[in-house]
Ligand binder design. Structure first.
Ligand code: ADP
Ligand code: MG
Length: 262
């Protein structure tokens, strides 16, 4: 007799996530704001340690997609799982999700009246209620890691844009995420400080951090990404390893976009 796959009892917990499974699973995601459908069936998986770049014209839904992955936006259809957990499950503990998924935006929004160190320490101390001493040690190590050793006691207003963005990255890392989302984190920076932020991200990626980046830095995407997704008007038009997508794009929309930005 043929054995049938076992049915999972209704309400039974999903099988435990293991690192050989996708860390982030996005399946047929549809997202609308009122009548405007912004994501029209987006699917992709990200494995642990993978670095994925999302590129595409302004307004194509990249930020919306990133925000859906850590539950900042709800979705109308489809599924998003992080380590096997459905992000849109109404019973999901959002704090648990936010601990796993770090996000850094174009606007770094540091607390202006807190020093770099205090900014990095804030969430683990206030939200996770972790012991201050332990958090401080970790925060100092993270500030050194983003190459800001010596700036611990400096207020954001006395740091350059690139330095503030690196504090924002350290602040996100202080929650010990398993995946980092970066939404055009260098777009608002002076050209001379863009490089140092990209270097920080590159170092993180090299250490094995799973990263999903929306970026206009094509050189960076080409160098650092394992896989690149080109989006346009709410769909993934084309994707592939960077050397393939950047040199042999098949779709006319991808070719046109790349010819404008490279
Ligand atoms: P991208 O990041 O690729 O530039 P976005 O995800 O920011 O694109 O936006 C995609 C579309 O969704 C745009 O038309 C934008 O105006 C719209 N949009 C984004 N956020 C909202 C919102 N909160 N309410 C209404 N429309 C939104
Ligand atoms: Mg955007």
């Amino acid at each position: 007799m043929l054995s049938r796959p076992k049915k999972t009892a209704p309400g039974a917990a999903a099988p435990a996530w293991t690192p050989d499974m996708p860390l982030v699973e996005v399946h047929d995601v549809h997202k609308s704001f009122g009548d405007l459908e912004v994501l029209k069936g987006v699917s992709f998986n990200v494995s642990q340690g993978e670095v994925v770049c999302i590129i595409g014209p302004s307004g194509s839904g990249k930020s919306t997609l990133i925000r859906c992955i850590n539950g900042l936006n709800n979705i109308q259809q489809g599924s998003i799982k992080v380590e096997g957990q459905e992000v849109n499950d109404p019973n999901l503990n959002l704090l648990e999700l936010r601990k796993k998924v770090g996000i850094v935006f174009q606007q770094y929004n540091l607390f202006p009246h807190k020093t770099a160190l205090e900014n990095v320490m804030m969430a683990p101390v206030k939200v996770l209620k972790e012991p201050k001493k332990e958090v401080e040690e970790r925060a100092r190590a993270l500030i050194a890691k983003v190459r800001l050793g010596g700036k611990e006691d400096v207020y954001p207003g006395h740091l350059s844009g690139g330095q503030q963005q690196r504090v924002a990255i350290a602040r996100s890392l202080a929650m010990r995420p398993d995946v980092m989302l970066f939404d055009e984190v260098t777009a608002a920076l002076d050209p001379e400080t863009v490089k140092e932020v990209l270097l920080t991200i590159k170092e993180l990626a090299a250490e094995g951090m799973t990263c999903i980046l929306v970026t206009h830095e094509m050189g960076f995407a080409r160098e650092v990404a394992d896989h690149v997704y080109f989006t346009d008007r709410g769909v993934i038009v084309e994707h592939g390893p960077p050397e393939e997508l950047f040199t042999r794009a098949k779709d006319e929309r991808t070719q046109r976009f790349l010819s404008q930005v490279i």
